[in-house]
Design a protein around this ligand. Structure first.
Ligand SMILES: C[S@@+](CC[C@H](N)C(=O)[O-])C[C@H]1O[C@@H](n2cnc3c(N)ncnc32)[C@H](O)[C@@H]1O
Length: 285
């Protein structure tokens, strides 16, 4: 069994970048039990073998999905959204006066609460953004999370987590026992399935990238690789925002933290010109 779990660990790492912790192999069991039941498979070994064989793509996808952690909520890490509203957005607007175009990417958007939180802030700034083209591209590896995100339906518990009541009443409509986000916010977000392990150059360059609370699940090489490709995808004067407990230490020589925001990074060239960054020890990567 241990050898099969090791093989499964390598399989999940190759497919998603997620590093399953050997101390937490029990998680494989608990998370895959519903998949076993749904597919009438009695033994975990059988399920793992079939998933890794890849002949039944739907089964493989269900197994991969079961290993993802899609925890999220509205305005998660409130100070990040405050700095976005009060500093990043006005600064980026000043820098883009000529083109009047901004591109924002939520790179692990899960069930949508993060891009919708941004969409609410943009909506609150609708008068100053008149005539601007602001794109929000929201991606995730999980098809089922994206389905919820696209639908815009949330239950009572989900709307009570992080969402101020004024925003709930302003931007959601009650539909029986659920709440649905307003159509004008839903339609301004482009949701797409995207695996960060794979090439993402095709989605273009961005002024601001939110890549929060996902790198922490990856092994070091995957983190370094993704951060490197994200540094290439972010504008020279743009921002990369990680989760509040994440950092790029030793992983990304082209990114430097900005003092104004926890886990906010800027491309090194811009950062040294602006002088607003933390003085850091040279990074090892
Ligand atoms: C904990 S959630 C974070 C959601 C949101 N960014 C936040 O901070 O609240 C992590 C998300 O990363 C996604 N994810 C995991 N591996 C991924 C990969 N290789 N490519 C893209 N998304 C991935 C999961 O499906 C999950 O929705």
């Amino acid at each position: 069994m241990m050898a099969r779990l090791e093989k499964f660990r390598a399989f999940i790492a190759a497919q998603t970048g997620i590093a399953l912790d050997a101390d937490r192999y029990y998680m494989v069991d608990t998370r895959l039990l519903p998949v076993m039941r749904a597919n009438k498979i009695a033994l975990l070994d059988t399920l793992l073998d079939q998933a890794m064989a890849g002949t039944d793509t739907a089964l493989t996808q269900s197994v991969i999905e079961a290993m993802l952690t899609c925890e999220t909520f509205f305005f998660r890490d409130r100070p990040v959204f405050q700095v976005f509203r009060e500093e990043i957005l006005p600064e980026m607007m000043a820098a883009r006066q000529n083109t009047r175009r901004l591109r924002i990417w939520c790179a692990a958007a899960s069930t949508g609460q993060e891009p919708y939180s941004l969409a609410m802030i943009l909506d609150e700034n609708a008068s100053v953004l008149k005539g601007w083209q602001v794109e929000i591209v929201a991606t995730d590896i999980s098809a089922s999370a994206l389905e919820i995100a696209r639908s815009g339906f949330y239950n009572q518990f989900e709307v009570q987590r992080g969402l101020p009541v004024t925003q709930l009443l302003r931007y959601f409509v009650r539909e029986q026992d659920r709440w649905r986000i307003a159509e004008h916010l839903r339609s301004r977000i482009e949701f797409n399935q995207l695996n960060l392990k794979k090439d993402f150059r095709y989605i273009g360059d961005f002024d601001i990238i939110f890549c929060r609370n996902v790198l922490m699940y990856f092994d070091t090489d995957t983190k370094r690789d993704i951060l490197g490709r994200m540094s290439d995808a972010v504008a020279d004067d743009g921002w990369l925002l990680l989760g509040a407990t994440e950092n790029t230490s030793g992983l990304a020589k082209d990114l430097v933290p900005d003092i104004r925001i926890p886990a906010g990074y800027r491309p090194r060239n811009h950062a040294s010109a602006s002088g607003r960054v933390l003085k850091m020890m040279p990074m090892r990567a």
